[in-house]
Design a protein around this ligand. Structure first.
Ligand code: GLC
Length: 533
């Protein structure tokens, strides 16, 4: 039998960098490309083989780069195209890959395409965006809402029509039913692929196509006032339309013309909808981002059941992936606490499928409280009472105990965590019990052991505290046992005796101990046990 070949993105860990907050090299308080270059050795030391950068393109920064005004340039805040070329080269030199963020659903309202489009109703680019007449009563064309609060429609006085924006009014949605838009964005992708970029994380890919009849969205029966206003409705007609898959396929086909490039889609949908983004013939996204661990209560029974649901829903040949944090979500340590964050890391790095990590999670960085008058995130500013600002998870990386944690010599664009003198890379590197050392060892083990990066997955035993499963490749088997509670508990599967040796544990003191029959776990304890052959 032929040994199955796996691709880089199936085997390796992806690491997300939020460029504003990683490393500043100029003293302006904002991270940049040269800063990232200076930290590549750190990522290599950690065992990272693929880096995803949030947007670095020219942008008025209404949504911190997710409002792009030139898809083929570099924002001067981040550096120059020469810096980018150097970054790509330095990444490749280290045997690593670079994934760019592509934001095709909407541009900035300052993009020349939109400036043309709004200049007159008969401008050739008018139909590049979504323009509609007012309803009969003069109001919005339909009831669609903006994710960032308020209506999704903005009135243009000059041409007397509304345009649609799923996010800020500074982020008008492109009309992807227009072949010229498709061609333009394929050109953008080609530009970066030709440079040698290894893949794209496509922003809100499930938003790209809207209902062609622009029907009203229905109300959300589960809406509660603590939720964002957007969640008053189900986005049934404004997202996840059948024709979106033609676009995903078009992107995939383009990537297929190059070797081993990766297509990731950012998709917040229930599992049964999410998996359709692999495409009918696996001709869609390689990795539709799986956010189930982000959206779920931290509870063993629930998590075990979504793991099984996800594994069961994957199409034949579809490669799984897992995410526990990103720049839009509270940090894992703040969600589940310091101790359980170690359990989350073990889960992320031992489940079957590609893990994506968020910068700083390897240090146990926490959400940083940002005083109201320092809030930067438009989602936080637009809905001030709902506590939706994403700033707390976007604070500067904590490198060392010097001023501003070694992030900048200027004034950081967002304040740092007060604990940075204790919680930082330099300190944790030398501490074998630190979160960083723990992450590094998990990544190393995962990389060394095919069972952990490409092996089969088999659920073993679950109760209200424990999740356990086996990862298996040829003769090698690892049993992963996770205690999701703070209290001691017993791992005691009824019909099976597992024998083996603990090779990695949340408390390193456990390592080397042998497992036979029942095992007593401490609260918040996680074990990786290599089973006897
Ligand atoms: C995605 C990004 C988020 C951004 C939004 C609009 O969800 O991850 O940061 O605000 O799209 O582009």
């Amino acid at each position: 039998m032929m040994e199955q070949q796996y691709l880089w993105w199936q085997k390796e860990v992806i690491y997300q960098i939020y460029p504003r907050s990683f490393q500043d090299s100029t003293g302006d308080g904002v991270g940049d490309l040269k800063g990232i270059i200076s930290r590549l050795d750190y990522l290599q030391w950690l065992g990272i083989k693929a880096v995803w950068l949030s947007p670095i393109y020219p942008s008025p920064m209404a949504d911190f780069g997710y409002d792009v005004s030139d898809y083929c340039g570099i924002h001067p805040l981040f550096g120059t195209m020469e810096d980018f070329d150097e970054l790509l080269q330095e990444i490749h030199k280290r045997g690593m890959k670079l994934i760019l963020d592509l934001v095709p659903n909407h541009s900035s309202n300052e993009h020349p395409w939109f400036l043309e489009s709004k200049s007159s109703r008969d401008n050739p680019k008018r139909d590049w965006y979504i323009w509609k007449d007012a309803a009969e009563d003069g109001g919005e064309p339909n009831n669609w809402l903006s994710v960032f609060g308020g209506s999704g429609w903005e009135w243009d006085e000059h041409t007397q029509q509304y345009y649609y924006h799923a996010f800020l009014k500074e982020q008008p949605d492109l009309n992807w039913r227009n072949p010229e838009v498709q061609e333009a964005m394929m050109g953008v992708m080609r530009f970066w692929l030709e440079k040698g970029v290894d893949g794209f994380r496509v922003d809100v890919i499930y938003h790209i196509i809207k209902d062609d009849k622009f029907r009203d969205n229905p109300p959300n029966p589960d809406y509660k006032p603590s939720m964002s206003t957007y969640e008053q409705q189900l986005a049934s007609y404004s997202t996840d339309q059948p024709e979106v898959h033609d676009i995903v396929k078009m992107m995939r086909n383009l990537l297929n013309q190059y070797d081993e490039r990766l297509l990731i889609g950012e998709i917040y949908l229930p599992i049964h909808r999410l998996v359709t983004y692999y495409g009918n013939e696996l001709d869609g996204a390689h990795l539709p981002f799986n956010f189930v661990l982000i959206n779920i209560d931290w509870n063993a029974t629930k998590i075990a059941s979504v793991i099984n649901e996800y594994e069961g829903a994957l199409p034949e040949g579809g490669w799984p992936n897992w995410v526990i944090g990103n720049h839009d979500q509270p940090r894992i340590t703040s969600r589940v606490g310091n101790e359980q964050a170690k359990i989350a890391a073990m889960l992320l790095l031992t489940l079957r499928g590609t893990p994506t990590m968020y910068y700083g999670d390897e240090l146990g960085m926490r959400d940083v409280p940002i005083p109201q008058d320092e809030v930067q995130d438009p989602q936080g500013l637009n809905m001030p009472d709902l506590d939706l600002s994403r700033d707390p998870a976007r604070t500067p990386m904590q490198w060392n105990d010097s001023e501003n944690a070694g992030f900048t010599e200027g004034k950081p664009w967002l304040r740092l965590a007060k604990n940075y003198k204790r919680v930082n890379v330099a300190k944790q590197k030398d501490d074998e019990y630190s979160m960083l050392s723990y992450y590094k060892r998990l990544i190393e083990l995962r990389q060394q052991e095919p069972a952990l990066h490409v092996g089969a997955f088999e659920p073993v035993f679950t109760n209200s505290s424990i999740i356990s499963y086996i990862r298996k490749h040829e003769q090698t088997q690892f049993l992963v046992i996770l205690n999701l509670s703070h209290k001691p508990c017993k791992f005691a599967p009824e019909h099976h005796h597992y024998k083996g040796t603990v090779v990695l544990a949340t408390d390193p003191e456990q390592e080397g101990s042998t497992l036979d029959k029942t095992i007593a776990l401490a609260g918040d304890e996680g074990l990786i046990v290599q089973l006897d052959a």
